[in-house]
Design a protein around this ligand. Structure first.
Ligand code: AGP
Length: 611
């Protein structure tokens, strides 16, 4: 998705903008640009391609002097990737420059109105319409900027995070948002705006989160906020605890590997604050025991890997707490007019907290008056702020597009919720809870041990860099693990892969199994061993090569698998946290072996903030 940065202060803006944009590259983009006020006029430079192209074009920003500017990396939504569609966009006189993340859904109607008023357009973007609309209202209000901006806010429909500079007000940068991320940072050398924290961490930890339909007005020494009616509002800043390395690679070749190796810590960080004196304490839940006991159904709604944790959570919540659970893809849920009852709980899972489909699903649930809980990684993100309650996964910034540490942190949140709900409902004894907490506390060290096994995984992976189709099969929680293993492989290595409920293979898909087809079999659910084993025999008899991931005491499987990866003993409900580690490593090494861009896979973005 697009990345926005802005600066106003006592330093040259362009180098700061380029540096900030480089920290947002992970959001996925196809062009980049900057607008800087040079003392007389607004200078704009932009181009398709990687940020390097813009840096070379501007000699690392040195050909764009000035201390006020905005920058942008564009993920094309309206208008193909091209120089003319790259941001920033300006009004005709180039006295207003705009950078935008989001989609203005009524831009065609607004464009027609502006064309009728004699405006011309050089791009196909919705953002240029915003630039011209600002011009239209700037003239109409005789240059009253806040009035101009609020009028635009009332006219546009859709989502936006906007950075704006006006040539006639060169001592200000303006920022506003609705349903797209934008933060404001206060530093000793000036003030900044950005789509995400990594872009400004180098300059400040003092951050303001702009709420929906709020405006920030930055000068080099001050930041003021207004609401959509132009009324001043007070906001307090928050201190970002992330250390600067957390947003850098820290010596690993890729962010993905770094983040995989952070999992022992991030699992611990998500778990430990919620276990006090042997009891699960989820303060942020804000639900009384009565409210928990009154829950009739839980709807877990998410996208991608977050959805996969929901599939795992269904087995655990139903198994432990005996509360019916439905798991939905957010893109389906939001348009299905879901049947929700007042005693239901809707749980939205999202690493970024900005996924458009998941945010829309949250709003659909709230519109139906149902209690909502977010399991979110990015503090202060849209879903985190709009959900009734939020349970953060303390995984820190996840830069690689393919999620790993946020995924395993989400699993921990699910385990804690399920055990807590089960305990409140009297479905588990204190002894069983104590045992499960012991198993949970062992997970970080067990992950560490599995990560140490990377050479063994790498050897297997190197044999499959040329694979055409790979299948992941399993039953129960093992099926959910396979879903995530499959997504990891295909999204970073571009090899076709799919996860299948092992018992479903014979209903069609087994016809695809040929001599040498790799089948990863997840076999961690003891009560299903024999069933899954029969599926392994089925595929092997048709020529498949089987990579089994199973519990360390299940050596029986060696007779029926070509490769076996063992995971340490843990509670049957927690095996996903361990079995996923070799699958993450497998996907990573296949991707590296194929020379793919592991952190920034083609066609993908870290956070899908548009439909
Ligand atoms: C997972 O590796 C992908 N990056 C993707 O499926 C992701 O999980 C999905 O887009 C949901 O993102 P979110 O957790 O930020 O909402």
């Amino acid at each position: 998705m697009c990345g926005i940065v802005g600066f106003i202060g006592r330093q040259q803006a362009a180098p700061i903008l380029l540096d900030g944009l480089s920290k947002l590259e992970y959001r996925g983009y196809d062009s980049a640009g900057m607008a800087v006020y040079d003392g007389q006029k607004i200078r704009v430079e932009k181009s398709t391609g990687r940020l390097k192209v813009l840096s070379e074009l501007t000699h690392d920003g040195s050909t764009m002097p000035g201390t006020v500017g905005i920058g942008h990396t564009r993920w094309a939504t309206h208008g193909e990737p091209s120089d003319r569609n790259a941001h920033p966009h300006c009004n005709t006189e180039k006295s207003i420059a705009v950078v935008h993340n989001g989609i203005i859904e009524n831009y065609m109607k607004l464009k027609k109105k502006l064309l009728d008023h004699g405006y011309e357009f050089i791009s196909d973007t919705d953002t240029e319409v915003v630039a011209q609309l600002l011009d239209y209202y700037y003239k109409k209000t005789n240059g009253d900027i806040i009035d101009t901006i609020t009028r635009v806010m009332h006219r546009v429909e859709g989502s936006y995070a906007l950075g704006i500079i006006f040539a006639e007000h060169p001592d200000h940068v303006y920022a506003l948002r609705k349903d797209a991320p934008l933060i404001v940072g206060k530093s000793k050398d000036g003030n900044l705006i950005a789509s995400d924290v990594p872009a400004i961490l180098k300059y400040t930890r003092d951050v303001y989160f702009i709420e929906n339909e709020e405006i920030a007005c930055l000068t080099e020494d001050d930041i003021r906020f207004y609401n959509i009616d132009g009324e001043p509002i007070e906001k307090t800043s928050r201190t970002i605890e992330w250390d600067i390395n957390a947003a850098e690679k820290g010596g690993y070749e890729y962010f993905m590997l770094k983040e995989m190796y952070e999992q022992p810590k991030t699992v611990r960080d998500t778990l430990n604050p919620r276990i006090k004196d042997g009891q699960i304490v989820i303060e942020e839940l804000g639900m009384s025991d009565e409210e928990i006991r009154a829950i009739e159904r839980i709807h877990i709604v998410a996208c991608g890997s977050a959805y996969h944790t929901g599939v795992t959570a269904k087995y655990i919540m139903e198994g432990l707490a005996r509360i019916p659970v439905e798991v939905d893809l957010a893109s389906e849920f939001r348009y299905r007019n879901p049947i929700l009852n007042k005693n239901d709980l809707v749980v939205i899972i999202s690493q970024s907290g900005e996924t458009a489909d998941s945010l829309a699903a949250l709003r659909e649930a709230k519109a139906k008056g149902v209690k909502t809980l977010g399991i979110i990684n990015v503090v202060g993100s849209s879903i985190a702020r709009e959900a009734d309650r939020v349970m953060y996964t303390w995984a820190g910034p996840e830069i690689a597009v393919a999620t790993t540490k946020a995924y395993t942190a989400q699993l921990i949140a699910h385990y804690l919720l399920a055990i807590h709900f089960a305990q409140v409902k009297g479905q588990v004894t204190d002894e069983e809870v104590a045992e499960m907490l012991t198993d949970l506390k062992a997970i970080p060290a067990q992950i560490e041990m599995l990560l140490a096994n990377k050479e063994h995984i790498q050897k297997i992976a190197n044999r499959y860099v040329g694979a055409r189709d790979v299948f992941f099969i399993g039953r129960g929680i093992d099926y959910a693990i396979g879903m995530e293993g499959s997504l990891k492989l295909k999204e970073i290595s571009y090899i076709h892969s799919e996860a299948y409920a092992a018992g479903e293979l014979k209903h069609g898909t087994i016809s695809l199994i040929e001599e040498g087809t790799l089948v990863a079999a997840l076999v961690t659910q003891k009560d299903l061993y024999k069933k899954t084993l029969s599926n392994i025999v089925e595929v092997r008899s048709r020529g498949a090569v089987v990579l089994a991931v199973t519990n360390e005491d299940n050596t029986e499987i060696e007779k029926n698998a070509d490769y076996v990866i063992y995971i340490p003993q843990t509670n049957k409900y927690f095996t996903n946290s361990l079995a996923i580690i070799p699958l993450q490593l497998f996907a990573y090494y296949v991707s590296v072996g194929r020379g793919c861009d592991v952190d920034k896979p083609r066609n993908l973005a870290k956070s899908v903030t548009v439909e």
